[in-house]
Design a protein around this ligand. Structure first.
Ligand SMILES: Nc1nc2c(ncn2[C@@H]2O[C@H](COP(=O)(O)OP(=O)(O)OP(=O)(O)O)[C@@H](O)[C@H]2O)c(=O)[nH]1
Ligand SMILES: [Mg+2]
Length: 202
């Protein structure tokens, strides 16, 4: 795949605007400020394909990026305390609406900050993904901010903090150093290849 060819496709502020799936989708989910937009930029070799901000709550819409036969879907970050209740409800509606819809959703990359225990919202999301049978991979973000020892401690604790941790594929990632990018790309390429072979069978 030529990742440089990824393009911003469109963004939706309300779930009802999103048309039916026309391509296989891969979504990125995580709390506000966890690094979703930074990860998307790193995967696609771009400085500002997705908007990154030090101010949490920047991505308040569902943004679609397109590459070859896939859409990549940047979900709004949840769990940011300092937004109005009406905004929170709108975001929750967006995320839930998207995930509950009957979409061609091949995988969710669930991002969790490597430095901290998963928030209650993170755990809720993981439980939701398990219960819904949506395939997902956990990405631990901002790996560059931890020492080797801190990483080992967090890794060990996560086994107790995440439901079904031993069955989950976990990737350690840094948008700053690029660590983990190849692993993520390999998963994306597998999905792209599967998608192509299904179409050929029809
Ligand atoms: N050191 C370091 N900082 C990071 C990394 N990833 C993201 N950041 C920083 O974390 C902040 C938030 O990053 P974003 O990519 O905007 O996070 P987001 O999840 O898209 O946030 P929302 O759009 O608000 O949901 C920015 O200041 C980034 O520069 C990383 O791997 N390492
Ligand atoms: Mg963002």
């Amino acid at each position: 795949m030529n990742y440089n060819n990824a393009e911003f496709y469109t963004s939706y502020g309300s779930f009802k605007q999103i048309p039916k799936s026309e391509r296989t989708e891969i979504a990125f989910s995580g709390r506000s400020n966890v690094g979703k937009s930074s990860l998307i930029n790193k995967i696609f070799n771009r400085k500002s394909l997705a908007r990154v901000s030090a101010v949490p709550g920047k991505t308040a819409t569902i943004n679609f990026y397109s590459l070859e036969n896939l859409y990549f879907v940047d979900l709004p970050g949840y769990g940011y305390a300092k937004v109005a209740k009406s905004d929170k409800e709108r975001w929750a509606g967006l995320i839930e609406g998207y995930l509950h819809d009957d979409r061609e959703l091949a995988l969710v990359f669930q991002l969790i900050d490597f430095r901290h225990p998963p928030t209650s919202d993170d755990v809720m999301m993981v439980n939701f993904l398990i219960d819904s049978g949506i395939p997902f991979v956990v990405i631990l973000t901002k790996a560059d901010k931890l020492s080797k020892k801190q990483r080992e401690e967090r890794r060990a604790s996560l086994l107790n903090e995440l439901p079904c941790a031993e069955d989950i594929t976990i990737i350690e990632f840094s948008a700053q150093t690029g660590e983990g990018r190849d692993e993520i790309r390999a998963i994306i390429e597998e999905i792209a290849a599967d998608d192509g072979s299904e179409e050929n069978e029809e």
